[in-house]
Design a protein around this ligand. Structure first.
Ligand SMILES: Nc1nc2c(c(=O)[nH]1)N[C@H]1C(S)=C(S)[C@@H](COP(=O)(O)O)O[C@H]1N2
Ligand SMILES: [Mo]
Length: 436
């Protein structure tokens, strides 16, 4: 379901073959008794926005009345219809750059990257968070209400970017979701400091890493199979901006983004920020949950030629994300009728350092001019830039934007180092402009 132009009605899709339609929409069809398989019922519940209570006896082939007038692919519940759906099982959707124009990303415009199936039966009154592990002085469980009342609450604007954002440009191509530019966003997050909670439990001197566990379920349908369990080293875990959050932009976190509780580590691969959070382990070694080991979220420790096979032991865990920027206005491909003072704007960020300069080029990187740059709302929030661009005559141009961080590291103009899984593409964003 990657081709958005092929939007058809759900009846039409089912008419072309019920089994095929169910597999396409829900990932599975009938079980031996003619009912819809459990995983498909879960996926259908996500599209409907509520769990199907009597899903056990949902007949295969039946179009849910709640979606009878839908076009497929469906708009994702709680999400802007302009998001580009890359995959629907699990759900992965990115935000086109022009929809990321807000200084604070609205909740319906934050991308979605799911590795499994979100929990459909969330009861906030029963939700708990347990902290345990070799590096914890005790095992302790908090209810959501306890977290909210016991610890001081903090709000930060924090940038989340998937480690694979920009993957679609690598050659030879890397497997995985073919993210282009929009697996990034910067909403505000409210919660408690992870540090305060870990200190309340007690951190032993052997503590090395934290790891998370979420309540999503594996795509295979196996109830005990962990979807993803990643984490961060203790020094990142203990930073002031590292949050256990329950709110995005002052409201409940959207279901697809981890309601009712998630970790948020601004500036690090968003895969560290566990959604539907119910357990944190304090480890005495580097956490080794699913997608923490092997080649996942790792790049070659030393640069390699494109296409090189790299042994696991030569792959290093991605920590903070590199300096990057995005032009959110104007939209690429537009025609303008002015040669003077075209406003451009967007955001720039890096995974730890602040941005100290953003510049633009209209001559393919030969010369650069400075943009105006705003200070971040807080550490690890993206920064806004704007400029007025004048063109010498009518014709085709590309506007390129390049950010430089406080360590004097700049974005590469074109593709950075190839890596087997296609992470960390922080090449300059380019937009096409025709001046008539
Ligand atoms: N429990 C859980 N947490 C998760 C994931 C997941 O699939 N399950 N995906 C991770 C990845 S790879 C990314 S990029 C971010 C995406 O966050 P978002 O969907 O809120 O944008 O969540 C991370 N946390
Ligand atoms: Mo990700």
């Amino acid at each position: 379901m990657s081709d958005k132009s092929k939007k058809i009605g759900i009846h039409e899709l089912y008419a072309q073959g019920k089994e095929k339609a169910e597999k396409k929409l829900w990932g599975a069809s009938a079980n031996r008794r003619g009912f819809l398989k459990r995983t498909a019922v879960l996926a259908m519940g996500t599209a409907l926005g509520a769990p199907i209570v009597f899903g056990k006896t949902y007949p295969s082939g039946l179009i849910p009345a709640g979606l009878a007038h839908s076009k497929v692919p469906f708009a994702l519940p709680g999400k802007h219809p302009g998001l580009t759906i890359l995959n629907d099982r699990p759900i992965n959707a990115e935000t086109p750059p022009d929809l990321l124009d807000d200084k604070i990303t609205p909740s319906d415009k934050l991308f979605v990257r799911n590795n499994g199936i979100p929990p459909v039966d969330v009861d906030v009154n029963k939700w708990t968070l347990t902290i345990e592990g070799e590096g914890a002085r005790q095992t302790k469980t908090y209810t959501l209400a306890e977290l909210k009342s016991k610890f001081q609450q903090h709000t930060y604007q924090l940038t989340l970017e998937c480690g694979g954002n920009g993957r679609s440009e690598f050659n030879p191509p890397a497997k995985g979701n073919q993210w282009s530019l929009g697996a990034v966003g910067c909403p505000t997050w409210t919660g408690v400091r992870l540090k305060d909670v870990l200190e309340d439990v007690g951190i032993k001197s052997n503590a090395t890493y934290i790891g998370y566990y979420g309540k999503d379920t594996h795509i295979s349908g196996k109830p005990d199979k962990v979807v993803i369990s990643r984490g961060v080293p203790m020094d990142k875990a203990l930073e002031e901006e590292s949050l256990i959050a329950w709110a995005m932009n002052g409201q409940d976190i959207p279901a697809l983004n981890g309601h009712p509780l998630r970790l948020v580590f601004g500036g690090w691969p968003a895969s560290c920020s566990g959604k539907w959070l119910h357990k944190i382990v304090i480890r005495d070694k580097v956490h080794d949950g699913p997608k923490m080991t092997g080649q996942s979220y790792r790049v070659p420790c030393k640069p390699v030629a494109p296409g090189t096979k790299v042994a696991n032991e030569d792959m290093c865990i991605i920590e903070s994300m590199p300096v990057k920027s995005l032009i959110t206005f104007p939209k690429t491909g537009g025609t303008i009728k002015q040669t003077q003072n075209l406003p451009i704007r967007g955001h720039a960020w890096a995974g730890g350092p602040a941005i100290k300069e953003v510049s633009f080029s209209i001559d393919f990187g030969a010369t650069w001019q400075k943009c105006e740059l705003e200070a971040p709302a807080n550490r690890l929030a993206w920064q806004h830039f704007n400029a007025k661009v004048s063109f010498p005559e009518t014709g085709y141009y590309e506007v390129w934007v390049k950010a430089t961080d406080s360590n004097d590291v700049s974005q590469p103009m074109l593709l950075p180092g190839w890596n087997p899984r296609g992470y960390l593409n922080n090449a300059c964003h380019r937009i096409a402009v025709k001046v008539q």
